[in-house]
Design a protein around this ligand. Structure first.
Ligand code: SER
Length: 350
């Protein structure tokens, strides 16, 4: 634990807690929260955070979200008003160790929801719990159904085939349960003890980081390989289509949802997406931007089956209507204004 500031005279400092702070989303979110003036960021990750991220936080912890003693310390030390629970094992990694994924993705989330409920009870203000869920919550039976499904709504095709997808779909329900029904038969229950808000992210593409352990990783891997003049063998077929968005738009969406007035929200979990090129269309754009790019297609049948079970497009109209979701980047500007200049600079500097 770093000790940059501690609770004075037994009073607990108010804090926003970010789990999985060292991941791709965590990096961007912590920078954005700090830029917006937040000085109450408490970050938790299984690995030590890099120096730059540590310098933006009030305190940082290295540890496991499944560690009850650690969560107890957080409860005792801070008045947590908001949580962004980002820690998770993604869809590809989770298939190698499904039970561990369940422990982290479900067990860890349950512990944090309980921590949020206890925090709300102890300081009398409802903790706002923000969860990135995923397109992996969907499961479409076959390619014919996928083609016919069009823009999939939040409540359709929820038959995930991955442990990660099952975990995310279930923790969406857990969040709704804690927000609306927690301890519904207990005499001393507190109504609506916490606020729960979630988004189903599509594949995310960052100029600054490359993901690990996901199945939508073919897009960011292709782009980063091209920028480094490295050949890339894409693990899905060229006709594979799922939605994506850029990392800055994903961070912005999390902040917008977190700050939305409660009475504007008509649901607990919202679809998001910005653009949905096929892997083949993406390869052409990448080759246009990086003419030396060498991209081949060598589908991995198992990972292909996972991506085939995810929608080609999702209906994000609820997010647009309720809290003004409006991603800045479409496919063209994602490349021309964000990815290409930043990735070029990144690998030229390196
Ligand atoms: N990017 C995630 C994954 O591939 C999907 O949300 O697992």
């Amino acid at each position: 634990m770093t000790q940059k500031s501690s609770a004075a005279g037994g009073r607990r400092n108010s804090a926003v807690l970010i789990t999985g702070a060292g991941g791709e989303v965590g990096h961007g979110l912590i920078r954005a929260l700090h830029d917006s003036g937040r000085r109450d960021i408490v970050a938790l990750d299984i690995r030590k955070l890099d120096r730059e991220i540590r310098s933006l936080c009030m305190e940082t912890f290295v540890g496991d979200i499944c560690d009850a003693a650690l969560l107890g310390r957080l409860l005792a030390t801070f008045e947590i008003t908001e949580m962004f629970h980002l820690a998770a094992l993604l869809s590809t990694r989770a298939e190698f160790t499904p039970e561990t994924a369940h422990d982290v993705n479900v067990g860890g989330t349950l512990s944090l929801l309980q921590l949020a409920a206890e925090q709300s009870r102890s300081h009398g203000r409802r903790v706002r719990f923000i969860l990135p869920s995923s397109i992996a919550a969907y499961g479409i039976a076959d390619l014919e159904t996928k083609a016919a499904a069009g823009k999939v709504l939040e409540d359709d095709h929820l038959m995930p085939t991955t442990m990660y997808g099952c975990n995310k779909l279930y923790v969406e329900h857990l969040g709704r349960y804690y927000a609306s029904h927690y301890r519904q038969l207990a005499q001393d229950r507190i109504d609506n003890i916490l606020e729960f808000r979630g988004v189903r992210f599509p594949g995310l593409i960052s100029a600054d980081t490359v993901p690990s352990g996901g199945t939508s990783d073919f897009a960011p891997e292709m782009i980063h390989a091209a920028a480094q003049d490295e050949p890339y063998a894409c693990f899905v077929r060229p006709d594979t289509r799922i939605p994506f968005m850029t990392m800055p738009d994903a961070i912005q969406a999390l902040l917008q949802l977190a700050n939305a007035p409660e009475d504007a929200l008509s649901r607990h979990v919202y679809n998001l997406q910005s653009f949905n090129p096929s892997a083949g269309e993406l390869a052409k754009i990448v080759q246009g931007a990086f003419p030396n790019a060498e991209i081949t297609f060598e589908p991995d049948l198992q990972r292909q089956a996972i991506v085939d079970s995810w929608p080609a497009d999702v209906d994000d109209s609820a997010a647009r209507r309720d809290w003004g979701f409006a991603p800045e980047h479409d496919l063209d500007t994602a490349f021309s204004e964000y990815l290409v200049p930043r990735i070029r600079a990144r690998y030229t500097e390196a």
